[in-house]
Ligand binder design. Structure first.
Ligand code: ACO
Length: 378
C-alpha cells in the first residue's frame, strides 16, 4: 500500500472527482458547471442555478417551469414536523433546529430507493422546498408566533422572506436575497460538502446526508463565521477603533473573522458581488455605519495580511446584506444552508453515480503493547 504524507485538514488532497464547480484561488474564479458565478448572479435565479448544479445543464424553459412548480407545491411541511419543532427550546440555535428537522424528514420519508431517478428528484425537490419553510417556522415559533403558510403566488426567495417576516418583501430585497443564495449554493470540496459526501457514500438517505452537512456548516470556521463578523463589527464600534482592534488581535494571534480562505489567496469573488449588493441596499434603504467599519477593516487587513493572501471571504459582506434586510444574526448560517442544500444534493447525486465508501487511513502515533492495569492499582 502506498504510504502518503499526513496533511492536517487534508489540505491539497483530492477527496473526489467532481464536475460540479471549480475554483481558482489565485485568480479569484468560481464556476458552477463551467459558468462563472458573476454571470449566474447577473442572469440566473437560485432555482435555475440549483437545477444546473444537480442535473448538470441549464434547464430548458419547460424543465425550469416544471421544477419551479414542483418546488412550489412541496413547500409545506407536515403538521407533525411543525409540532415537533414547536417543542424545540426557543433558546436553541436555529442551525441545531434545522439539523434536527432535516434529519426528521428521514423518519417521514423512510423509503430508500437510491437507484431510482424519480426518488432522487423527489428528494431534491422536497429538501430544496422545505428547508426554507423549516428555517422560517422555527424563527416565528421561537418568538411565540405560529408559523405562516407558504404563499404559492410568490417566488422562492420572496416566499421565504414573506414566511420569515410575515409580510411581502420589497422586490429589490427579494432579488438580492435570491442572488445571495446563488453565491452560497456551491463551493467545491469544503468541509460540509465533504461531510455530505462521506455520509452519502454509506448509501444512507438524503435527509441524513443533509443533516450531517448542516451540522458541519454550523461551526465558526465554516458557515458560522458570518455571525461572528457582525459581532466583531459591533465590538469594534467605530472606524477609529478598527486599526487598534486589528493590531491587538494579530498580536494575540487571534483570527479576524470573515478573512482568509483555504483556497482563495485574493479577495473572494463572492465577497466582491456581495459588497455590490450591500451597496445597492444601502442606496435604497439608507446606509449602515458597520459598512464603513467593514471597509476600513478591509483596508487595514490588506495592509497587514495581504502579503499572506488574506482577504475578505464570502462571509465578510453577507452579514451586512442580511442585516439590512432585518434578518437576525443567528439566521445567517441557516440561510447559507438553504442555499447550500442544492450543492450538497448535487454532490450526493454525483457520489451515488460512482460510489465507493469513504475509508481513509490514519497515522497511528499512540502506544503499543501496554499492559492492562487492574482498577485497584490505578
Ligand atoms: N485572521 C488572521 N490571520 C489569518 C486569518 C484570519 N482570518 N486567516 C488565516 N490567517 C493566517 C494564519 O494565522 C496563518 O498564519 P501563519 O502562517 O503566520 O501561521 C496563515 O494565515 C494561514 O492560515 P490557516 O489558518 O493555516 O489557513 P487555513 O486554510 O487552515 O484556514 C480559514 C482557512 C479557516 C478560513 C481561516 O482563514 C480562518 O479561520 N478565517 C476566519 C474564519 C472565517 O472567516 N471562516 C469562513 C471561511 S469561508 C466559509 O467557510 C464559507
Amino acid at each position: 500500500m502506498m504510504v502518503c504524507e499526513y496533511k492536517p485538514g487534508l489540505e491539497g488532497i483530492p477527496a473526489a472527482q467532481s464536475s460540479i464547480s471549480y475554483v481558482d484561488g489565485q485568480k479569484g474564479i468560481l464556476e458552477y458547471r463551467g459558468i462563472r458565478i458573476e454571470e449566474l448572479a447577473a442572469k440566473s435565479t437560485f432555482l435555475e442555478t440549483a437545477y444546473l448544479l444537480i442535473w448538470g445543464e441549464l434547464p430548458s424553459k419547460e424543465e425550469l417551469k416544471a421544477f419551479e412548480e414542483e418546488v412550489r407545491l412541496h413547500r409545506r411541511i407536515k403538521y407533525r414536523i411543525r409540532d415537533m419543532m414547536k417543542s424545540f427550546p426557543e433558546s436553541g440555535h436555529p442551525m441545531d433546529a434545522l439539523q434536527a428537522s432535516a434529519a426528521a424528514l428521514g423518519l417521514f420519508y423512510s423509503l430508500r430507493d437510491l437507484h431510482n431517478p424519480a426518488y432522487i428528484r423527489d428528494s431534491v425537490v422536497r429538501l430544496i422546498a422545505t428547508i426554507p419553510t423549516m428555517v422560517a417556522a422555527f424563527q416565528l415559533m421561537r418568538k411565540g408566533n405560529d408559523p405562516v403558510k407558504p404563499r404559492d403566488d410568490l417566488d422562492y426567495s420572496a416566499n421565504f422572506l414573506y414566511m420569515l417576516n410575515e409580510k411581502e418583501p420589497d422586490a429589490l430585497a427579494a432579488k438580492i436575497f435570491d442572488i445571495c443564495l446563488i453565491l452560497h449554493v456551491e463551493h467545491t470540496m469544503n468541509a460540509s460538502t465533504f461531510s455530505a459526501r462521506v455520509t452519502a457514500s454509506t448509501l444512507t438517505d438524503p435527509y441524513a446526508v443533509v443533516a450531517s452537512a448542516v451540522g458541519t456548516l454550523g461551526g465558526p470556521l465554516h458557515g458560522g463565521a458570518n455571525e461572528e463578523v457582525i459581532q466583531m463589527l459591533e465590538e469594534i464600534g467605530s472606524v477609529e477603533n478598527v486599526r487598534p482592534y486589528v493590531e491587538e488581535r494579530l498580536q494575540n494571534k487571534q483570527k479576524l473573522m470573515g478573512f482568509g480562505h483555504r483556497v482563495y489567496k485574493v479577495k473572494d469573488p463572492r465577497a466582491i458581488i456581495l459588497q455590490e449588493l450591500a451597496e445597492q441596499l444601502f442606496d435604497k434603504f439608507g446606509g449602515d455605519k458597520y459598512y464603513d467599519i467593514a471597509q476600513e477593516m478591509e483596508r487595514v487587513v490588506e495592509e497587514k495580511l495581504g502579503h499572506k493572501g488574506i482577504y475578505p471571504n464570502v462571509d465578510f459582506y453577507s452579514g451586512l446584506v442580511y442585516r439590512k434586510m432585518g434578518i437576525p444574526t443567528d439566521l445567517f448560517t441557516p440561510i447559507f444552508a438553504i442555499a447550500r442544500v442544492a450543492g450538497w444534493l448535487a454532490h450526493w447525486k454525483e457520489q451515488l453515480a460512482e460510489n465507493r465508501i469513504f475509508r481513509p487511513t490514519q497515522v497511528y502515533n499512540g502506544k503499543h503493547e501496554v499492559p492492562y492495569t487492574p482498577l485497584e492499582q490505578r
